[in-house]
Design a protein. Structure first.
Length: 61
């Protein structure tokens, strides 16, 4: 079974960065909708952590 997609390392890196930006945007949107006196929602922290992890993987590709 051939599972190759023709994707290259730069393609994969670009996709990881695109996904990381999306998670960063989701975190920013949720943080913006949170009142300043409220604690930062755990989902914001999680979205930002996912974005950091994806960016770290770019270097490993």
């Amino acid at each position: 079974m051939d599972t190759t997609t023709g994707a290259t390392a730069p393609d994969l890196q670009a996709e990881l960065l695109r996904i990381a930006r999306k998670y960063e945007e989701l975190g920013a949107q949720e943080a913006a909708s949170t009142p300043y006196w409220a604690p930062c929602p755990a989902t914001v922290v999680t979205f930002r952590a996912v974005a950091r992890a994806l960016r770290a993987e770019v270097g490993a590709v």
